[in-house]
Design a binder for this molecule. Structure first.
Ligand code: NAG
Ligand code: NAG
Ligand code: NAG
Length: 468
């Protein structure tokens, strides 16, 4: 008996040793292949970066947190990313309560079981139409013109309007926040309950039958009688104070040197809900106190009128994120790069994103989507960000910069993120690389010479008499 047990454990011990040895051999032999695999997968799924302005990014950041969570759980992000790459989408987003409180707990459990991933995916894609349908494109009344639209799940939803209170409906769900989120590639309408496609309902019922539980069609919130409907459709009113401006930021920018001519100031006029000038002053003070960003502050204040312009934009209600290269990065700029008229402005415009982004929001976006492209004030150039080493990396190849000092300044309208490189739009980067090749010596000579206030020198050279 004893020897037998001893024999068994000895056998197990030997097997254990053999497995360990094999795994050690494998692990040491495989890593290169393994890591190259990972790179291939990543570069495939992220070949065209998603725009930070995308409706998908907006969904994940929105108050529809329950839906966003389900979309991630259902592993649908990549598929939806491909969809918005091809066409606009319309998302019907059930409010959180519809997924938390109002949903049959058993149905919810069913959806979340790993084995029912297909059903969950079908259910979610039933909430998305592969084209843009704004609230104005709704059919006018129930009888005359309800319209069926094919969803991403291949099944159809019916859009209709109620005769009595003219509320908009998708199947049985009332639209409670029409046009809640509007982005260039799609729109999100908030709806009052979950939409359940027939096929998923049937899957669920089949499962219940198997468990010999009485089959009941899962139901969302009880239907409200349209005549006594309490939810009044929000009337579109003039923009309340503090709401984002109607015009794109480019229309509000002052025409700069060698910028495309900006259109005349649009209707609406200055709103001045915010004291942008003092906010810009604040952030430049913060930048100076923070240390290591003097060149950037200098450019904004002393070399260009960008600080003033940013102040105006923020006063008008626009929000901006500044990617501020630190002094070390600025020191690597060559005289050539700066001597073109308007070059400092052009370089800085490329570092200003017309969105409010924090370290967290950017990191979340790149972690979820791999690559994200942000608009800049330097039209039409975008800056691409991706996850790298647990941080955010901007730009491509050699001309890239890491998020180095996150959230130096964040006040809800202006966000300043320190980066460790100066960024250039992609085509310029290649031009610059070829120039570097032909003129390697002068490049490296200038590049290694550290200096402070060289920008001022260059600008003085350009302006001549104005400098002491
Ligand atoms: C999405 O819709 C907008 C406006 O309707 C249009 O300009 C844009 O080209 C569309 N995008 C795609 C990918 O179809
Ligand atoms: C602007 O120039 C003045 C004078 O040279 C200098 O004292 C000041 O620090 C500069 N401002 C910034 C933000 O660097
Ligand atoms: C270039 C490349 O390999 N593309 C592939 C990326 O992955 C999708 C599936 O997710 C394939 O269909 C593509 O062929």
């Amino acid at each position: 008996m004893d020897t037998q047990i001893y024999g068994v454990s000895k056998l197990i011990f030997i097997i254990y040793i053999v497995i360990s040895v094999i795994s050690v051999i494998f692990c040491s032999a495989l890593p290169t292949e393994k890591s190259s695999n990972v790179v291939v997968v990543k570069s495939n799924s992220t070949s065209s970066p998603i725009s930070s302005n995308s409706v998908l990014v907006a969904l994940l950041d929105s108050h529809y947190t329950e839906l966003a969570e389900l979309v991630e759980k259902a592993l649908l992000l990549q598929k939806l990313e491909e969809a918005v790459g091809k066409h606009n989408i319309t998302i019907f987003a059930p409010r959180n309560e519809a997924l938390e409180r109002d949903l049959d707990p058993e149905f919810k459990r069913f959806l979340l079981e790993p084995g029912n991933l297909r059903s969950l995916q079908t259910l979610l894609m039933f909430h998305i139409i592969p084209k843009r349908i704004g609230s104005t494109q709704w059919p006018q009344s129930v009888d005359s013109s309800s319209v069926a639209h094919k969803t991403l799940s291949k099944q159809h939803v019916i859009l209709s309007s109620d005769d009595k209170d003219s509320s908009k409906k998708v199947d049985l769900a009332t639209v409670i926040r029409p046009d809640d989120v509007i982005r260039p590639d799609g729109v999100i309408h908030g709806i009052e309950r979950l939409l359940i496609p027939r096929s998923v309902q049937e899957d669920f019922n089949r499962r219940r039958n198997l468990r010999s539980i009485s089959a009941v069609i899962p139901e969302g919130a009880p239907e409200v009688d349209p005549r006594t409907h309490r939810l009044k459709k929000p009337v579109s009113s003039p923009a309340p104070a503090g709401s984002p401006p109607a015009l794109p930021i480019y229309d509000a920018m002052a025409p700069g040197p060698s910028l495309a001519p900006a259109p005349a100031p649009g209707p609406g006029g200055p709103r001045h809900h915010f004291n942008g000038e003092s906010q810009v002053k604040d952030f430049i003070q913060t930048l100076l106190h923070y240390g290591g960003y003097n060149e950037m502050a200098d450019i904004l204040v002393n070399l260009t009128s960008l600080a003033t312009e940013m102040g105006k934009l923020v006063s008008e209600g626009y929000v901006i994120t500044v990617l501020a290269p630190n002094d070390e990065a600025m020191a690597k700029l060559t005289t050539d790069q700066l001597s073109e008229p308007g070059a400092p402005e052009q370089i800085m415009y490329y570092h200003i994103i017309p969105e409010y982004q924090t370290e967290e929001s950017m990191y979340n976006a790149v972690r979820r989507f791999g690559k994200v492209s942000y608009d800049t004030l330097r039209l039409p150039h975008k800056v691409v960000a991706q996850e790298a080493d647990g941080s955010v990396k901007f730009g491509n190849g050699d001309e890239s910069a890491y998020l180095f000092d996150p959230d130096i300044y964040t006040d809800g309208r202006i966000s300043v993120q320190g980066i460790d490189g100066v960024l250039f739009p992609l085509n310029e980067e290649t031009k610059q690389v070829s120039e570097t090749k032909t003129d390697q010596s002068s490049w490296s000579k200038v590049a290694v010479k550290p200096r402070r206030g060289k920008l001022l020198e260059v600008a003085c050279g350009m302006l001549g008499a104005f400098c002491p």
